[in-house]
Design a binder for this molecule. Structure first.
Ligand code: 4AD
Ligand code: MG
Length: 461
């Protein structure tokens, strides 16, 4: 007999004479004449109640079915007599596959998130993390669906790269040189020509530059993969390894870019509302009471748009005592971004046309010469969730930008070629997948929406 997932058994429309379930024991209650075992296999938040009669030949095995043990149950699916569930399984065969004793760390509810991070290998067996990772899986699928339905081509950009897309110098080095005795060049520095790739290599911070080359051939493309940042940010929104989705569109300007970003974010929210309803209700009950109202509010309204210059005016005229006072030309801090999304606009807002000096070399310079066609999408509760821009498609301006950023044309020869041969206006953005998951689940820490978090000082498991 083949296995039925608990999710499918719970959705049954009629009783079944014979069913096989496999999973882990969440709880067990023993009465005189029978035991109740709650079995969960991760396919849904809800488990299946299994009743094992004391007269069953297998009954002695139930005594070994402690919380955390894996079991297999064969029996009948019947309408439940008790409250709280429609169906239950009356066991005919009950087997313990793998025991778990009293040292099993997930004995009872009410563990702190900190404790659960320390058992990242077991936490997916809890209600909260089961729900988080089902939503993560579903939204990964929805990402592909969104772009594939719109004719975007999925491109696998490299993870090991020699170019620093964001120019922030926050890259992890990839090297096979012996750190104790590296070969030296004449200046006494490390001689990377003798390294594995015969040059310096790093883990990518973004697939954008390589993505642009494909957009300038296949028109509309997207990437979806891991990216790495060696930034020493100890916040609840920064991870050293995170997943990013980066669409890139040829023959597209900043307006089209902002429109796609809004449509995309709304698609992901709508998809989770439809396909992860039970999990989202769980988050609304235990993590963030306002979650569902907020998500629906965001779905119903157009996102606001506001230039960086207007945003600075709003901030300086707000009368707030900022921890970091802000003036034109300054980077917006988290407190500013959150004020704009949460208190001023009270909805997602896309800021655009940032000062040239704040942004990477590849952004298209506006006619004013001092701003670039950048955009950041800010959402309540989190702040920046998307960063994007129209790209500089004019060869001469791009060369000037490289020089201003002290980057060498030699390293970007292939990127410059896109502007030499059939250049087009093009634009794209990056959505941080974990930040999106935080927004959709209400889970306030990025460490809790990624299976195994990598943050400064921590790479366990
Ligand atoms: O704003 P960022 O740095 O933009 C880029 O990397 C562009 N190359 C994207 C593009 O235009 N194709 O990063 C994009 C998004 C951010 O808005 C944020 O959601 C997420 O990636 N992100 C992080 N998420 C988690 N941890 C970090 N350390 C992150 N850094 C950026
Ligand atoms: Mg950014």
């Amino acid at each position: 007999m083949s296995r039925t997932l608990v999710k499918d058994a719970l959705a049954a429309t009629a009783p079944r004479d014979s069913i096989l379930l496999q999973g882990w024991v969440r709880t067990r209650r023993d009465a005189k004449a029978f035991s109740f075992v709650e079995l969960n296999d991760g396919s849904s938040l809800k488990g299946m109640q299994v009743i094992v009669d004391a007269t069953l030949p297998d009954y002695p095995a139930v005594g070994r079915a402690h919380t955390g043990a894996s079991v297999e149950v064969q029996g009948k699916l019947v309408a439940s007599q008790g409250a709280g569930q429609q169906w239950e399984v009356v066991a005919e065969k009950f087997t313990v596959i793998g025991e778990a004793d009293a040292t099993y760390p997930l004995q009872k509810k009410g563990h702190t998130m900190e404790f659960l991070r320390g058992i990242a290998h077991l936490r997916p067996r809890s209600n909260l993390f089961g729900a988080v990772f089902r939503v993560r899986s579903r939204l990964a699928y929805a990402v592909h669906q969104f772009f594939q339905e719109r004719g975007f081509v999925y491109v696998h950009t490299p993870i090991i790269t020699a170019s620093d897309c964001e120019g922030a110098g926050e890259m992890f080095r990839v090297s096979t040189l012996d750190p104790a005795t590296p070969p030296r060049n004449e200046q006494g520095g490390v001689d990377y020509t003798q390294d594995f790739f015969a040059k310096q290599a790093f883990l990518t911070v973004s697939g954008q530059l390589e993505g642009e080359t494909f957009a300038c051939a296949l028109s509309n493309i997207y990437t979806f993969g891991p990216t790495f940042r060696a930034e020493n940010s100890h916040t609840s929104r920064h991870a050293s390894e995170f997943w990013m989705i980066e669409p890139e569109m040829a023959f597209c300007d900043l307006q089209g870019d902002m429109a796609l970003a809004e449509e995309f974010v709304k698609h992901l929210i709508r998809d989770a509302r439809t396909h992860c309803a039970a999990d989202l209700e769980f988050f609304a009950k235990f993590v963030d009471q306002d979650l569902l109202t907020r998500l629906d509010f965001v779905l119903e309204r157009p996102f606001q748009r506001c230039s960086y210059t207007e945003a600075i005016e709003i901030l300086t005229q707000s009368g707030r005592a900022w921890e970091h006072p802000v003036a034109w030309g300054d980077n917006l801090q988290s407190e500013h971004e959150r004020f704009l999304a949460e208190e001023h606009f009270k909805c997602p807002v896309t800021l655009f046309d940032y000062p040239r000096t704040l942004k990477p070399f590849y952004m298209r310079v506006n006619d004013d010469g001092r701003t670039v066609r950048a955009m950041d999408l800010l959402v309540p509760g989190i702040g920046e969730i998307i960063g994007g821009s129209q790209r500089e498609e004019r060869l001469e301006v791009l060369r000037e930008n490289l020089a201003q950023h002290h980057l060498s044309e030699k390293d970007y020869w292939w990127y410059l070629d896109l502007r030499r041969y059939g250049t087009v206006p093009h634009a794209g953005f990056g959505l941080g997948f974990e930040r999106m998951l935080m927004f959709v689940t209400g889970v306030p820490n990025i460490r809790d929406v990624i299976p195994f978090a990598r943050t400064p000082g921590s790479a366990d498991f």
